[in-house]
Design a protein. Sequence first.
Length: 115
Amino acid sequence: VQLVESGGGLVQPGGSLRLSCAASGFTFSSYDMRWYRQAPGKERELVAHVSNDGGSTNYAASVKGRFTISRDNAKNTVFLQMNSLKPEDTAVYYCYAIRVFISYWGQGTQVTVSS
């Protein structure tokens, strides 16, 4: 099983980034997918969730209206479009797959928002 995130980097406040998470080794379309993030010295927090068929999404209040989670089950990939980025969005972003009691984590990708 692998979850491989990409798309992180350094961006100025107000900018945009699109994170991708490529999945392999399990039946991607059977799993709900989430993005979490962890800033230095803080606990890991849930950012966004998408159901296995893409029909339902949920967001943390801090990112609602700025971030969009989506998935392509044909390509076994989940995305996080991040717009209007703020310095407080700086964190390592992790991809997470869950189905009942089975879950998998990616290795994370760094997002830094700074001028």
